[in-house]
Write a protein that binds this ligand. Structure first.
Ligand code: IPE
Ligand code: IPE
Ligand code: MG
Length: 244
């Protein structure tokens, strides 16, 4: 896709988050197993990562697996974890060629050890790449992320033997999130006609612009990404400051 497809001279979102939803329904409609939907969803993820990289987007957070998705059948969970492992292993050359850095948001301790290891290795191997940063939200929950951040903050204070702080601050909590250096998402996209956050980027998304698409994730294309960015570029962001 030629980046020139996009768009006006308005700034691009620096950070896009995507709730990649609808894999199961895509498969159901085709009378296939849900797992087939996840396989197609993975292909779409690759395509959208490449498009975001070509557009010089700086950060892309993909919601891969939530802290609530463990409620699904063992078969489905096992299949998704297998796909993640395969993706991390197989795509190293693709990240290298495109200078894409892989990062993780979520609790690695709740992941199967082999997946946590692959993920840590992919993050390490791509650490120096200065292109698009792809943040894989895996075993990720917005509430869990805040709870872990507060826990880290308290741990660090204990180590410094300063005791409990007199004042709890936003900066203090924010600085202890999984990736405190990553700017808040400007644009959060959800596919498949659902209109909820499902526990995605609760803290960071406070002032994100939301974009909802009816299209199921496996059917998403570069053109859908451009349409979402174009809609974002027409929004007026006020951050509570009122009309100019
Ligand atoms: C998104 O697709 C993938 C994950 C949540 C892991 P779904 O599997 O939720 O698809 P639907 O919502 O059932 O169609
Ligand atoms: C959100 O989708 C999680 C991911 C896309 C990874 P879900 O399909 O799990 O969300 P709900 O259950 O419809 O809210
Ligand atoms: Mg779903």
């Amino acid at each position: 896709m030629a980046p020139s497809v996009v768009l006006t001279s308005s700034p691009l979102p620096r950070h896009i988050g995507i709730i990649m939803d609808g894999n199961g329904r895509w498969a159901q409609r085709k009378k296939q197993l849900r797992t087939q939907g996840h396989l197609e969803g993975l292909k779409t993820a690759k395509k959208i990562v490449k498009a975001a990289s070509d557009l010089h987007i700086k950060f892309l957070t993909l919601y891969v697996f939530s802290t609530e998705n463990w409620k699904r059948t063992a078969e489905e969970v096992g299949f998704i974890m297998g796909l993640v492992k395969q993706y991390l292993k197989a795509e190293l050359d693709f990240y290298r060629e495109n200078r894409i850095r892989i990062r993780h948001a979520g609790d690695p301790e709740g992941l199967p050890p082999d997946i946590a290891r692959e993920l840590a290795e992919a993050c390490e191997d791509t650490r120096s790449f200065e292109g698009l940063q792809v943040i894989l939200a895996l075993n990720y929950g917005g509430r869990d992320a805040i709870v872990r951040a507060v826990g880290r903050w308290f741990d660090s204070l204990e180590k410094l033997e300063k005791g409990i702080p007199a004042k709890i601050t936003e900066e203090g909590i924010r600085g202890c999130l999984d990736n405190p250096d990553i700017p808040d998402p400007d644009l959060i996209i959800r596919t498949a006609g659902e209109y909820r956050t499902s526990n995605f980027l609760l803290w960071e998304g406070a002032y994100a612009e939301y974009y909802f698409s009816e299209t199921l994730w496996p059917d998403w294309t570069e053109a859908d990404l451009c349409a979402a960015i174009s809609a974002y570029q027409q929004r007026e962001r006020r951050f509570g400051g009122g009309n100019p």
